[in-house]
Design a protein around this ligand. Structure first.
Ligand SMILES: [Zn+2]
Length: 320
């Protein structure tokens, strides 16, 4: 059931496999725009029925704009394009090629998270490829600062919000009456995602410095509503609290891994992940934990607390 957030903005809950997820619809006079598409099955299960409740069909959709090209945000793109061949698909320029090939997406993300030392199991990768749905080639390749005309004097302004993913964009709705709405995708990671039926998903970012900059940038927009993907729509105060919680967790992880490197003298990625997995037992040892742990170890190099050494073809972070 779509929930109205502003005169022309709706939140559509589209949870999958126990993962909470919200897709947003902007349905102004100038046409209908979806922000993100969920996984492969989301259009049939949730989006098209939700559009129906608002008196819209798939062919009434003008455009789909993706915050980033992770499987749970672009996986429904192919099914939406099949239902409406006229649909314009916009995606961050840096990640658009991932939408054209699940293999590129897996290599850029899962292989990057598991650089030979930690293996992602084939069944996990097969499941992710399935959730990616049919490949699409986004015709609208967006960068930070670009605007997307919504047709009735309102626009979406793309803000560069890397960290969770390298090309991640948030979109600020401008020129409309009512509250200012910022669609933040997964830019604010907070404590990861609480999942039902299996271990929670750890927070996921590939660069600590860019992630922290992104939190600052989102806070500085002072938007009235933050439309998040996995925490639903938040008012300004709830948004501020989520951003502060995100900073606290990043600070805690930095301190925790810095202390580990100092105590042991040096660590490799696997032993650091063991430490994080033991400290946070309700989270699964998956891509997020590997990528975020590696990002924090590299950040110790940035802050002058560690240096990198390759021994036996394995990367080690050595205390300074
Ligand atoms: Zn994501």
């Amino acid at each position: 059931m779509p929930k109205r957030l502003a005169s022309d903005v709706y939140a559509i809950p589209v949870d999958f496999e126990g993962v909470p997820l919200t897709v947003y619809l902007i349905g102004g006079r100038g046409g209908a725009t979806l922000i993100d598409a969920g996984v492969n099955s989301t259009p049939e299960r949730h989006l098209l029925p939700a559009l129906g409740e608002l008196g819209l069909r798939a062919t009434d959709l003008d455009r789909l704009v993706l915050t980033h090209v992770h499987h749970d945000h672009h996986g429904g793109s192919g099914a939406l394009l099949e239902a409406n061949p006229e649909l314009t698909i916009g995606a961050p320029d840096l990640e658009a090629r991932w939408a054209e090939s699940p293999r590129r997406y897996i290599l850029a993300n899962y292989a990057a998270a598991f650089p030979g030392e930690v293996e992602a199991s084939q069944p996990v990768l097969d499941r992710i490829v399935g959730l990616c749905g049919a490949p699409v080639s986004p015709s609208l390749r967006l960068r930070g600062g670009d605007t997307v005309e919504l047709g009735d004097g309102t626009t979406l302004r793309a803000l560069p919000t890397p960290g969770h993913s390298p090309g991640h964009l948030a979109y600020l709705r401008e020129g409309a009456d009512g509250p200012s709405v910022l669609f933040t995708g997964d830019a604010i990671q907070a404590v990861g995602i609480a999942v039902t039926g299996r271990p929670d998903m750890f927070l996921l970012y590939h660069s600590v410095a860019t992630y922290l900059d992104t939190l600052d940038l989102i806070e500085a927009t002072d938007a009235d509503l933050l439309a998040t993907a996995h925490n639903g729509p938040l008012d300004a105060e709830q948004g501020r609290r989520l951003i502060e919680l995100s900073r606290e967790w990043a600070t805690d992880l930095h301190a925790r891994l810095g202390a580990l490197v100092r105590a042991r003298g040096d660590v490799d990625l696997n032993s650091a992940i063991d430490e994080i997995a033991a400290a946070f037992p309700n989270y699964g040892r998956a891509m997020g934990m590997a990528l975020t742990t590696a990002a924090h170890l590299d950040h110790l190099v940035v802050t002058g607390e560690a240096r990198v050494q390759i021994r036996d073809q394995t990367k080690h972070w050595v205390a300074l």
